[in-house]
Design a protein around this ligand. Structure first.
Ligand code: FES
Ligand code: FE2
Length: 458
């Protein structure tokens, strides 16, 4: 029986060691189906093993640098297109002190305007606000107004402003674009195009059109820790051993694949429902099938539990969602596949784990975590409207959300977020002053910091 706790082979160069047992690619190959090419790719490089200072998380100066040099230079998703389907619909996106109104004009064009009145700075709309029916944007302070394309509409008592030239008094528009049904914005008016910024992502997601999905769950929860610390808690599966022990039976968590594709994009690929070879007595296939919620006797001869479970879900979930899932591979159906796009977003293309994350700082020591679950739009019938966002405070668990509590993911997310208060307290109490990362399983965290540095040092 392989021992996942064994010491590394000193002959191997750093970063080359892997957990014994079948790799994620071995398991996908055994599925004997046709996964999209993106799922058979691997791209890892050793990025060093130096400690990473906690001051990057705790220092007010570092936070200021992130605001000044990173957040205002990077593409971030602000909302879904389905949040603003009609002319006059709007959605406010806030990041630190920056605030942006995303709005659709009468020609259906989406604009992103700085949420600050050119007169005396009043915000047109409050933080996090959304709504519909705007014919124009009117400032609530003195009533100046602008058309939805940003051009000046009216200045009350115009006689007092002979010095204002209409074409120089437009709303400040920043770049916006869409991908996968998300509206992205960039506070940098000289930003490179979104498609360049997303690097390999559009190619990988070509078979997973997120624009053809709709939002069935949206939560915004305040988390007690720096945004990077909280986000990094979702970028590795190493913590499954101690944080999600009930998941160990069905997942070879330590064989999760980690990819660093390009400066802005990394990925993990964790096989689920595949069993775990690292137990003294691994589950037999019928036992695993039972563990996955079926009757052990119902496992068809010659089929693995993973295959039979995926077949079952292709039928039942396909019927429930009114979509044809028959052409999806087992991995697309079952696995936890997380793409991270710098700086703060994660996209999961899978069906059973269809999550979207976004992490935004609220000062140094708090952040706000958006979670969405997206489902394919039914093949027959209209696109369902997205659900309303549910806001959760630091101590409110995901299992308290009515529509989420029957989904096992709410329980898992509560386990993840329960770590943060103590981790943040531990970081601040640390006399070591830095974290020490694993070479492979935590490579995405190091990769993230490397990209962050490239912005801060520019
Ligand atoms: S601050 Fe907006 S009209 Fe005066
Ligand atoms: Fe977790």
């Amino acid at each position: 029986m392989p021992d996942i706790y064994e010491a590394g082979d000193p002959q191997l160069p750093p970063g080359a060691a892997r957990c014994p047992g079948p790799s994620a690619q071995d398991i996908i190959a055994r599925d004997a189906d046709s996964p999209p090419p993106a799922l058979t790719r691997q791209q890892y490089e050793f990025l060093g093993d130096e400690d990473i200072s906690w001051s990057r998380y705790t220092s007010a100066e570092f936070y200021r640098l992130e605001m000044e040099k990173m957040w205002c230079k990077t593409w971030q998703w602000a909302c879904r297109e389905e949040h603003i389907p009609n002319a006059g619909d709007y959605y406010v996106y806030d990041i630190g002190d920056y605030s942006v109104i995303v709005i659709r004009d009468q020609q259906q064009t989406i604009h992103a305007f700085v949420n600050s009145c050119p007169h005396r700075g009043m915000q047109f709309c409050g933080a996090g606000e959304s709504g519909s029916g705007k014919q124009f944007l009117r400032c609530p302070f003195h009533g100046m107004s602008w058309h939805l394309d940003g051009s000046l509409r009216e200045i009350p008592c115009r006689w007092d402003f002979p010095h204002i030239k209409d074409d120089q008094f437009r709303l400040i528009e920043i770049p916006s674009d869409t991908w996968g049904g998300f509206v992205f914005i960039n506070l940098d008016r000289d930003a490179k195009p979104l498609t360049d910024y997303l690097e390999v992502l559009p190619e990988h997601f070509a078979k997973w059109p997120l624009e053809n999905r709709y939002t069935v769950l949206h939560t915004q929860k305040v988390l007690p820790g720096n945004w990077k610390m909280c986000m990094e808690g979702f970028m590795e599966a190493y913590h499954v051993l101690a944080t999600h022990p009930e998941g160990l039976r069905a997942s070879s968590w330590a064989n999760t694949q980690y990819d660093v594709f390009s400066p802005h994009v990394s990925r993990f690929l964790q096989n689920l429902s595949s069993g775990n070879p690292h137990f003294e007595k691994p589950l037999s296939q019928p036992q695993l099938f039972e563990f996955l919620g079926h009757n052990a006797d119902d496992l068809p001869d010659g089929l693995s539990a993973r295959q039979a479970h995926a077949d079952h879900l292709r039928q039942t979930l396909g019927a429930e969602m009114d979509v044809d899932l028959s052409r999806l591979s087992n991995s697309e159906m079952l696995d936890s596949i997380e793409y991270h796009v710098f700086p703060n977003a994660c996209f999961f293309p899978g069906i059973v784990i269809p999550l979207i994350y976004r992490f935004r700082p609220l000062g140094v020591d708090r952040c706000i975590h958006d979670i969405m679950m997206l489902r394919p739009v039914p093949e027959n019938g209209p696109r369902p409207a997205p659900v309303e966002c549910v806001k959760l405070g630091i101590d409110e668990p995901y299992v308290s959300v009515e529509s989420f509590k029957t989904n096992r993911l709410s329980f898992v997310l509560d386990q993840d977020t329960a770590n943060f208060k103590r981790q943040w307290a531990g970081i601040k109490a640390s006399q070591k002053g830095a974290q020490t990362l694993g070479n492979y399983q935590e490579a995405r965290i190091r990769h993230f910091h490397r990209t962050l540095d490239s912005y801060l040092q520019a």
